[in-house]
Design a protein around this ligand. Structure first.
Ligand SMILES: *Cc1c(COP(=O)(O)O)cnc(C)c1O
Length: 388
């Protein structure tokens, strides 16, 4: 055991995982768990998916990395696939969610200067949002607990109340270069934006020539029941940030943008070493093929409804469930008992769940989860509710 060599940044469960298959995980003692965390919305096709494993093996034998001084076909194919299935035309590849946000923030600042004036550099973000842990994304994360110890943050950013139609009208103006929002707040407690609110943001961004950025790092890539949540709300953003499920477990992120938004960047403005490497993009392409052409996304809503119907039944029996929220397979149950107790009891019985905010338990199965996995998980959840 050399746990003492790790920086003390995470509160972890006392377990070492060794392998997995589908929605099941096995620890170093051989105990089986149902995984309804999916690496925090990452393992969209479950663990050790045959197609992903094959893609990795084949690609590793050919080419893993070449740098962005050269082209590779996998990146071109993945970019094309993303554009074919959205209302957007341009892609930038990176390696994580926070990097995709940093890219969008830099793009916004450059957009403001290119199409406006030097002072068009203000970015508006939402209360209770989460966009990542690096200095830029942290600066637009509307939760004091993440920001407090790391000030000073980047300047010329300001927050507005999420889903508040009046507050934003008083905040946005000609100096605004972007508004950033999660269509479904994840870490903030699984809270969906109102369709009318997103439409208002769209109209205001058009009026003031600011970029509307959707952070779909958690709700994107199939989890909402469509490839991207914006397609559910029917409001098209200028920029979409994604990561998590795009690599199914391999680190890859991307920013998808409208032609005009993307045109603000010219060579030298932005870049990274690993982004768009042949390995990551091969895996991303494999995943989109499965989700879209393999029709995994088509049953996400149905499975989400199946889970919600089970939650509603539990809610009728146990008064500890206050509210059931979410979309597709991004589901939250707000409790009036300790989420920590519920989650640790589920863990002991072999079900993995995590929190979202102080009083919400988050349910994030793989998108290809089987009904049997759901049934087994709910047996455990019900046992736990009986005990408390
Ligand atoms: C996880 C997450 C991020 C940050 O992604 P990392 O890959 O951890 O940097 C950003 N935005 C949202 C909505 C997320 O859920």
């Amino acid at each position: 055991m050399s746990k003492s060599n790790m920086m003390n940044t995470y509160g972890r469960f006392d377990v070492i995982f060794e392998k997995g298959k589908g929605a099941r995980l096995f620890d170093s003692k051989g105990k089986e768990y149902i995984d309804f965390v999916s690496g925090v919305a990452v393992n969209c096709l479950g663990h050790a998916n045959d197609k992903i494993v094959k893609t990795i093996k084949t690609q590793a034998e050919k080419l893993m990395h070449i740098s962005n001084y050269y082209w590779n076909q996998n990146a071109l194919d993945l970019a094309e696939k993303l554009c074919e299935n959205t209302d957007h035309q341009k892609v930038f590849f990176c390696n994580s969610g926070t990097e995709s946000i940093e890219t969008a923030l830099k793009l916004s600042r450059k957009y403001g200067r290119t199409f406006g004036t030097e002072s068009k550099n203000e970015i508006i973000y939402m209360d209770n949002s989460f966009h990542g842990r690096t200095m830029g994304s942290l600066s637009v994360t509307g939760q004091p607990k993440y920001q407090e110890n790391f000030r000073p943050l980047i300047g010329n950013v300001k927050s507005t109340k999420f889903n508040d139609m009046e507050d934003i009208k008083g905040k946005i103006n000609d100096n605004t270069c972007a508004v950033i929002v999660e269509p479904i707040q994840g870490e903030g407690g699984i809270v969906c934006a109102h369709k009318e609110y997103l439409q208002l943001l769209r109209d205001l961004c058009d009026k003031y020539n600011a970029l509307l950025i959707f952070d779909e790092v958690q709700c994107g890539v199939g989890r909402s029941g469509k490839l991207f949540a914006y397609q559910k709300f029917g409001v098209v953003p200028d920029v979409i940030c994604m990561a998590k499920a795009l690599g199914g477990g391999f680190p890859i992120g991307a920013v998808l943008a409208k032609e005009k938004a993307a045109s603000a960047f010219v060579p030298g403005d932005h870049g990274n070493t690993f982004g768009g490497n042949p390995m990551g993009t091969a895996i991303g392409l494999c995943i989109l093929n499965e989700l879209i052409d393999g029709k995994v996304i088509d049953s996400v809503d149905e499975k989400g409804e199946y889970i919600k119907s089970k939650l509603v039944k539990l809610q009728e029996k146990y008064s500890c469930i206050k509210e059931i929220r979410g979309m597709g397979l991004l589901i939250g149950m707000q409790l009036n008992v300790s989420t920590k107790t519920v989650i640790s009891k589920c863990f002991e019985k072999g079900l993995l769940l995590i929190t979202a905010g102080p009083d919400v338990v988050r349910i994030l199965p793989p998108l290809n989860v089987k009904n049997k996995d759901i049934d087994d998980a709910f047996e455990i959840i019900e046992e736990v509710f009986k005990e408390i």
